[in-house]
Write a new protein. Structure first.
Length: 218
C-alpha cells in the first residue's frame, strides 16, 4: 500500500531568535539538519551560534543558553508550522491504489479498503512525526503550572531574566520574570509564589548575585 505523502528531508534555512528576551541583547541562530539516529535519521541542531553587536559572548552567556528549549522552538516554528499547513495528521478523503487488473495504472480505492489504508498511513505518519521530533515538543518540561522539576536550565534562565529585569530597572522583577517566562513557554502558568521560590533557588545556585538580589522586589 504505497503512501507518497509526507515531508521531504530537505535542508532548512537557519532559524534565529533574540535571547534571553525579545529585546536581546544576543541573537541565537540554529541550523536544523537530518542527522543519524540509530538505524534511521531525525531532525536535530547541527549548529548553534550566539552573537551580539553590543555585549561580549562570554562563557557565562553560553552556559545560560537553553539549547534544547530553543531547538524545540525552532522545530515548532519551522517544521511544525509546515506540518500543520500540509495537514499531515488529516487522512485523505479518497485513496488511489495500483490497479491490479491494469498494470501501471491506478484506481480509486473502495470504501472497504479505506480502514487498512488509513491504518498503514497512520503508522507511517507516526514514524515521520518521530523523525521530525514533533511529539517531543509536547513533552517539554512544563504544563499548566510550569515545569514539573526545577532543572539547572530553568534556574539559569531565571537568573538571566532576573538580571535583565534589574538592569532595565523593572519596578517588579518578579512580575517581569513571570511575564517573560510565560511568553517563552506558552503552556506555563507561573504563580507569584512559584516565581519567588525559583528566584530563591537561582540565588542559592549562584545564578543571581547579591547586588541583583538586593534590587527590586522578588
Amino acid at each position: 500500500m504505497p503512501y507518497s505523502g509526507g515531508m521531504t528531508q530537505k535542508e532548512r534555512p537557519p532559524w534565529s531568535t533574540k535571547w534571553p528576551t525579545d529585546d536581546g541583547p544576543f541573537e541565537v541562530t540554529i541550523e536544523l539538519s537530518w542527522l543519524p539516529y540509530g538505524d534511521t535519521r531525525r531532525i536535530d541542531a547541527s549548529r548553534v551560534s550566539v552573537q551580539s553587536d553590543t555585549d561580549p559572548v562570554t562563557t557565562k552567556v553560553l552556559h545560560g543558553v537553553r539549547v534544547w528549549s530553543l531547538v524545540q522552538d525552532a522545530i515548532k516554528e519551522t517544521v511544525g508550522r509546515e506540518w500543520d499547513l500540509m495537514q499531515m495528521d488529516v487522512p485523505p478523503r479518497e485513496w488511489t491504489v495500483p490497479d491490479e487488473a491494469n498494470p501501471g495504472r491506478s484506481r480509486v480505492a473502495s470504501p472497504d479498503e479505506h480502514p487498512a489504508l488509513n491504518a498503514h498511513r497512520k503508522e507511517l505518519v507516526a514514524a515521520q512525526r518521530k523523525m521530525l521530533r514533533l511529539d517531543e515538543l509536547a513533552k517539554a518540561p512544563g504544563g499548566s503550572s510550569g515545569p514539573r522539576k526545577i532543572t539547572d536550565d530553568v534556574l539559569r534562565e531565571v537568573g538571566t531574566l532576573y538580571a535583565a529585569a534589574v538592569s532595565q530597572n523593572a519596578p517588579q522583577p518578579r512580575e517581569y520574570l513571570i511575564n517573560r517566562m510565560q511568553t517563552k513557554h506558552p503552556g506555563w502558568r507561573i504563580a507569584p509564589r512559584t516565581a519567588s521560590r525559583w528566584i530563591k533557588a537561582a540565588r542559592d545556585a549562584g545564578y543571581i548575585n547579591s547586588q541583583e538580589s538586593g534590587s527590586g522586589k522578588s
